[in-house]
Design a protein around this ligand. Sequence first.
Ligand code: ADP
Length: 270
Amino acid sequence: PQDLLNAATQGLQIRDFNAGYPKRHVIRHLNVPMLPRGKITVLLGPNGSGKSTLLRSLAGLNRAEGQLFLDGHDLMPMPFARRAEQVVYLPQTLPAGVHLHVLESIIVAQRASGGKGKVSEGTDKVMTLLRQLGIEHLALSYLDQLSGGQKQLVGLAQSLIRQPSLLLLDEPLSALDLNYQFHVMDLVRKETQKRNIVTVVVVHDINIALRHGDRVLMLKDGNLIADGEPEDVITADSLARVYGVRGRIERCSQGTPQILIDGLVGDPEI
Ligand code: ADP
């Protein structure tokens, strides 16, 4: 029974969660029964629907109230530093003007979250991660000399090295080419499973959500309007209601579902 109880509480539960800014409520009364460990949850929604606000609030970076149980322990009353040991948020863009090279920046991230051990061991780990991300050759390049896509990969390395329990990625694919989008989502999946992380990713591409998500949450105007398996949530009906587009599902050669967009709701059908 203890195992069953543990299994039932392993993950993130969000209860009556409200978040926003002074004079501006964005997320209202959000309840999510359980985002399990070892799975990728994709957060979808149009611009301004509250995705970044939600991720930042889960990380303790925005004002919020409610309850956030991670493995049964509420994160909300914890001091920020304690929450940050477990929760890592990767913003859309890395802060500019940091004069560190890639390797240093990742070791700093690791140390900042309590990473211990010899620096040489830390360096080995970082180099392995950089190799997996295909950016080993950039280890000694300065952050401000990297392209947008390269910075996103470095940001991902900085996040993964901190070994979070809850990993919040805000559009980590936006500057990556198609090949890298697949590559990065595969790596995020492997790390999520291997380290048993609760991973929440914001993406814009609905097909990435369909292909790589275990679960999809759809937000509109700060409200959760759908939560479930990707193919149950991403339907012609929800695309019309949430995005105002007419879409239909087709299957790729290996049977993977894919959305094709025919036009906007209200356009004449051909
Ligand atoms: P998304 O990530 O889905 O595009 P956001 O979470 O960025 O949406 O924004 C949700 C709403 O919160 C928007 O209406 C936006 O204008 C508002 N908002 C975002 N940041 C701030 C801020 N710093 N102060 C006040 N309102 C904000």
